[in-house]
Design a protein around this ligand. Structure first.
Ligand code: ADP
Ligand code: MG
Length: 229
């Protein structure tokens, strides 16, 4: 709520990643522990309480797809590596040309299957919630399922079962099975009766958690974006 009011005050039409993650955390969705730094000089001091390896990401209202701009570096093992990554990022053309809010340094999520959870506001039906497998499944195969909010636990379970790639979640082809229960919980926190999309239906027109990384035992939202009405 604070995050939405703050973004409006700054005349922003979207919540940035940090604010989006703070909103998710308020609804009980796990997000990585993080620290924001304004530049390489602050890294040593501000990352003391983080567990390495970490990832660093550029934060800019002008950059929607951070990886495309060269603005995401994962698996950095020390403060010195983070500093070097930030210096390299600042030389990337798209980053050099953008307004920079800072750099988000965050702990790595436990490895797992990348999923996407999204939200949309339909003029007629109100909030809708979406889930899909991440990566190529979303981009190329468009393997997603939608429901009108609020969803029940059974709806969330059926949404997962409907995915063409559902077998992936059960550990197809030598992969480890991931926690479907953890995905269901996040779907309910986002699209359930007291979920984020219902509570903020007046403000949020689009939500995008991409990816949610789901391991054998849990799920962490490592990227989040909310577009405001
Ligand atoms: P963008 O989508 O803007 O390019 P992301 O924040 O989604 O940037 O990061 C790109 C990719 O980096 C993610 O899809 C994920 O694979 C990986 N990644 C990002 N943050 C983390 C994290 N905290 N832990 C593990 N992997 C991460
Ligand atoms: Mg992303």
């Amino acid at each position: 709520m604070n995050q939405i009011a703050e973004a409006r005050k700054q005349k922003r039409s979207a919540l940035d990643e940090q604010a989006g993650k703070a909103l998710l955390a308020e609804y009980g969705v796990a997000v990585p522990k993080s620290a924001m730094v304004t530049g390489a000089g602050e890294v040593e001091q501000k990352t003391k309480s983080l567990k390495f390896p970490v990832v660093v990401k550029v934060m800019s209202p002008d950059i929607l797809h951070k990886s495309d701009a060269g603005g995401v570096k994962v698996g950095l093992k020390s403060a010195a590596e983070v500093e070097a990554a930030i210096r390299t990022m600042m030389q990337q053309p798209m980053i050099a040309a953008a307004r920079i809010d800072g750099f988000l340094v965050e702990e790595l999520a436990p490895p797992g299957q990348e999923m996407v959870i999204g939200g949309l506001r339909d003029p007629q039906f109100g909030p809708l919630v979406m889930v899909g497998l991440g990566g190529i499944f979303v981009e190329v195969l468009a393997d997603v399922s939608f429901r009108i909010c609020p969803i029940t636990r059974l709806d969330a379970q059926q949404m997962l079962a409907e995915l063409k790639g559902a077998a992936i979640l059960n550990g197809a082809r030598g992969r480890k099975a991931v926690s479907q229960e953890a995905i269901v919980e996040v779907l309910l926190k986002v699209g359930g009766e007291n979920g984020l999309l219902m509570q903020h239906a007046a403000d949020i027109v689009e939500a995008d958690i991409n990816p949610l990384i789901v391991s054998e035992s849990g799920a962490v939202a490592v990227d989040a974006r909310f577009i405001l009405s």
